[in-house]
Design a protein. Sequence first.
Length: 299
Amino acid sequence: MGNTYEPGRTRWTGTTGWLMLGSAAAAVLCAVVGASPYPPLTVEVCLAGASALFAACWVAASLHARRVPPKADLRKRPPGRPRGRLLRILVAFGIPLATFAALVLCFTESGEEGRRVERLELAGYDRHEARIVRLAGEPVHHPATDDDDAYYSTDVILSVPYDDGPRDVAVTGVSTWERPGPGSTAEVFFAPGHPEVGVGTSPARVGGELIAVVFFIALGPWPFVAGAAIKSYIEPRALERMRRFDPGTHLPALGLLLLGALALLPVALDAPVAGFTRLWALLALPAPALALTWMARRA
């Protein structure tokens, strides 16, 4: 038989510790999958704030537990069950995923742009054909390249077929494969039921979805590769020492993580600080790795 409680650990330290890690992991996962479509990232900020609050509670509970004598517990741990396996997984994979989440936030679009895109998509803004009424300029021929076929571009007056009737709209920079002229058609973007959103020559999201897909394909596997490597190097004894609060070990590590979270706030809240948002987010990238390195060296 053994004591479940050890010096410096009680049920309160266990509860607050798991709440701290759980809310931090939820914040990271929400940032990676994009729970909030654009800033302010309310869900992520609330979860990160909850993690910081539970971290303070864990420190307080740990300090109090040092003054409380350990109590005997007659419960037995099932044989063959490794101690701290879930914690080991959270630490190993949480650190690289947190770095990846910070990198994702560095490329988060602004709240203004996000609201604009959402408004256009809800209105049904998409590619449609419209008839050219007359040219407003001389067509410019663009020869074929290795990446694109030859095309023409010019300013035109289009008869846009809205739901409530066609309207003549001046559009600049319209591209056509054939030489444009009155009576021919061109493909442009507009919302048939909402003339107020206007006519454009590009979609609401210009390459954003493709960039996101390429980004995740290129970098998505690396957090798991790094997590597997970290997991293989974490020793059970070191992990056990990490579970017990030590001011010299945990306070600097928690401070680094808090500074990283604060560096992400300008992006998360869409509130520039000193005229910058993305610059502060970049400073958050090394925070998880630095915190783990400090704890590993102390453990």
